[in-house]
Design a protein around this ligand. Structure first.
Ligand code: UDP
Length: 329
């Protein structure tokens, strides 16, 4: 039996594929390569395809004995989701329905889903727990919440089981440096800071220095991508063992400010670079820190690399190496 990893050529998906393969799971990666990288699929089998293409999906299910799906195929640029909501609702919601429909046709009833802390919007208090209200503040977050609601209805009606994983800020790279992060365009803080350290960007912009936080910059909960990958494997084992759905935050339960990330990067790389204070970026909550107590309890998940300097170091090792990997910056 094989696990289908939709979006397995992307940043988080490629680490999930690595983790599953290393733990003896047979994997089939399905990815349209719009944002993913073929070179990032170093394990299992690869099928190039789009979730809008029902026939392509059906042929994957016909060819391989798929007994579970990990679904990470989505667009995830918040700003773009505001400018082009249709693109997001079609890919993240309608195409997810397509996948569910094909899963039902082939009797496949387990799905691990990549959701996000963006479904919570502006939290009332910290740390965020899974039972807090979900009021996303942008179309991206709404598409993920809609998918969660669809899963809830599908569970009740069709008995399918879902592990909904709400990631906080995925960061870092495979500690061995085989795969890592490569977005185009790059908008995420840690890779941008490391590009500045490498002299490939002239400065780092800090979006907002007047937040109600100790140093005025935004606070996020950065979680190592390999720790996230482990949680997917544990979540699938949970579905297989318990036959119950679960909704889980995945973070480190510690907040790190933008200035603290920059300081960690300067320390790890030994490089200095200019830092510019800029206006706030629209849609950014001041602080997002999650409680992962439930993931610990239900899955036995415990992050191996919680320290921000380790996360930055692994990202830096990858960035130095990747000049010859994937395509450019
Ligand atoms: N950020 C920043 N400068 C940048 C990119 C990001 O100050 O060039 C800030 C951003 O405002 C947020 C944090 O860094 O507070 C993390 O942003 P990122 O885009 O990495 O992840 P997000 O929190 O949006 O998922």
């Amino acid at each position: 039996m094989a696990v289908l990893i939709c979006g397995g050529a992307g940043y988080i998906g490629s680490h999930v594929n690595q983790c599953f393969s290393r733990n003896g799971r047979d994997t089939v990666v399905f990815d349209n390569l719009v944002y993913g990288h073929r070179e990032a699929v170093k394990w299992g089998r690869f099928v190039k395809g789009d979730l809008s293409d029902r026939r392509a999906l059906e042929s994957v299910f016909s060819e391989y004995a798929i007994d579970a799906v990990v679904h990470l195929a989505a667009y995830a640029y918040v700003g773009e989701s505001v400018a082009k909501p249709e693109k997001y609702y079609i890919n993240n919601v309608a195409n997810t329905l397509n996948l569910l429909s094909v899963m039902r046709k082939f009797g496949c009833g387990r799905l691990v889903f990549s959701s996000t802390c963006a479904t919570y919007g502006e939290p009332e208090s910290l740390p965020i727990t899974e039972d807090m209200p979900q009021n996303p503040v942008n179309p991206y977050g709404r598409t993920k919440l809609m998918a969660e609601q669809i899963f809830c209805d599908y569970e009740k009606a069709y008995g399918m089981k879902f592990a909904i994983l709400r990631y906080f800020n995925a960061a870092g790279a495979d500690p061995e440096g085989t795969i890592g992060e490569s977005h185009d365009p790059e908008t995420h803080l840690i890779p941008l800071v490391l590009l500045a350290a490498a002299g490939k960007r002239k400065e780092v912009s800090v979006f907002g220095t007047d937040y109600n936080t100790p140093d005025g910059s935004c606070i996020r909960d950065y979680i190592h991508v390999s720790d996230l990958a482990d949680a997917h494997l544990l979540a699938l084992s949970y579905l297989e063992r318990e036959e119950k759905s679960c909704y889980l935050n995945l973070g480190n339960e510690r907040g790190t400010s933008v200035f603290e990330v920059i300081a960690a990067a300067k320390k790890v790389t030994g490089k200095d670079f200019p830092v510019r204070k800029c206006p706030r970026r629209p849609g950014d909550p001041a602080k997002l820190v999650g409680s992962s107590r439930l993931a610990g309890e239900l899955l036995g998940w415990k992050p191996k690399y919680p320290d921000i300097e380790t996360i930055v170091e692994h990202a830096w090792n990858w960035q130095k190496k990747r000049e010859n990997s994937y395509e450019g910056y």
